[in-house]
Design a binder for this molecule. Structure first.
Ligand SMILES: Nc1ncnc2c1ncn2[C@@H]1O[C@H](COP(=O)(O)OP(=O)(O)OP(=O)(O)O)[C@@H](O)[C@H]1O
Ligand SMILES: [Mg+2]
Length: 367
């Protein structure tokens, strides 16, 4: 690896950083690392993860905590400003939107208990992704943090994640949804007026409860839907604003880098600001063995000839892997000359403790 590693620098107005990239490349690790190093520099930071594997939770000792609860990472205060962390799921975010925008606590509770609401939230396409950005948007509006780091799912889902705000918009703009929201009062009146008759018929058919819930859903969710729609636009705006920067993580192999490059192009096409690439788990470059007997000299008589041969093969393989990392990096730098590519070597043990994560973060961002 070179002595002078490029670092990622972030414009002062970045309030949100997204870590994105292919599966298993280290997005969650990089999110935690960036969060910890910014906190170590005295900034008030929260790391938000929707990673279903909850690896970050385990790494930061938060595995048993509830989703949607902001927790302070134990031990982070020793490194600087305490770091907050938040694990999300779709339901939790939508519930908090309903709570925030219903007419009363009672109305909110009625909605939360409504089975049609529950099914809608569960089956809404891209809902998890939308929910995550919507929650980040709320955090930005609340203004309690200098920096919000959002860990995202692997690239395949991340496309969903970019499309989520417009999909929510489309969903709410489609004629059926419009009819539902606009006609909610009408439906209620219809249901109310006709209730005695209709309910009896429906109850007899076993559908009374369903119709009752549909009525409540239509009347209560109407206003919440409007709020969702307004937010979808805000959320989409936040993604492309100067407040949001993207850090693309990738492994140093052909497959991941190909996927990462394709994603990078999509991000830029959509107007997101990519601040740099973390080429993660890069193998350390090794010099060729000075001469054939160098291993023999190192091990002495302790190992037999076949074991020595195996050691030589492993060394060669490690050298080749490092050479592949180097080529991949070169290719990335040539393809995106304006983007800093920061290489982080493969660590053993992997960086899961607070100190190693903070150190990794400062290697990404500082010289
Ligand atoms: N520089 C590194 N050296 C060694 N191990 C690493 C390094 N970075 C990350 N890892 C390890 O690689 C594994 C994958 O990392 P991580 O969970 O952060 O990836 P991810 O991109 O978030 O995965 P997913 O796509 O499943 O969400 C973890 O076991 C992590 O500890
Ligand atoms: Mg992850």
């Amino acid at each position: 690896m070179r002595g002078e590693e490029p670092r990622l620098t972030f414009p002062a107005d970045r309030k949100v950083l997204l870590t994105v990239g292919p599966g298993g490349v280290g997005k969650t690790t990089v999110a935690a690392a960036l969060g910890l190093s910014a906190a170590a520099q005295g900034r008030k930071v929260i790391v938000v993860t929707i990673d279903p594997s909850r690896r970050l939770a385990q790494a930061l000792g938060l595995a048993d905590r509830n989703v949607a609860e902001i927790v302070t990472v134990q031990g982070s205060e020793a490194l600087g400003e305490p770091l907050d962390c938040l694990l999300l799921d779709t339901r939790a975010v939508f519930d908090s939107i309903v709570r925030g925008y219903s007419k009363s606590d009672e109305a909110a509770q009625k909605m939360l208990d409504n089975r049609i609401y529950q099914a809608t939230v569960q089956y809404l396409g891209g809902a998890l992704e939308y929910a995550a950005i919507a929650r980040v948007h709320m955090l930005v509006s609340e203004g309690n943090y200098d920096l919000i780091v959002l860990d995202t799912p692997p690239t395949a889902n991340a496309i969903d994640f970019l499309e989520a705000p417009s999909r929510i918009g489309e969903l709410l703009n489609n004629p059926a949804a419009k009819f539902l929201t606009k006609s909610s009062r009408l439906s209620m009146r219809f249901l109310g007026l006709a209730s005695s008759m209709m309910m009896k018929v429906l109850e007899a058919m076993g559908g009374g409860q369903f119709i009752g819930e549909l009525g409540a859903f239509l009347s209560e969710f109407g206003s919440a839907l409007g709020e969702f729609q307004r937010r979808a636009g805000d959320v989409a705006e936040l993604l492309v604003s100067e407040s949001t920067g993207v850090v693309l993580a990738t492994s140093a192999n052909d497959f991941s880098v190909r996927e990462a490059k394709a994603f990078l192009d999509v991000l830029r096409e959509r107007g997101l600001h990519v601040d740099g690439v973390v080429l993660n788990r890069v193998d350390v470059e090794l010099p060729p063995l000075a001469h054939d007997s160098v291993l023999q000299e190192a091990f002495g008589d302790a190992v037999d000839a076949p074991s020595l041969q195996r050691a030589a093969d492993i060394y060669d393989e490690a050298r080749e892997q490092a050479e592949r990392s180097r080529k991949v990096r070169h290719d990335l730098e040539r393809s995106y000359p304006d983007l800093p590519v920061c290489a982080i070597e493969r660590m053993n043990p992997p960086p899961t403790g607070l100190e190693s994560l903070a150190k990794m973060g400062s290697r990404i961002t500082r010289s």
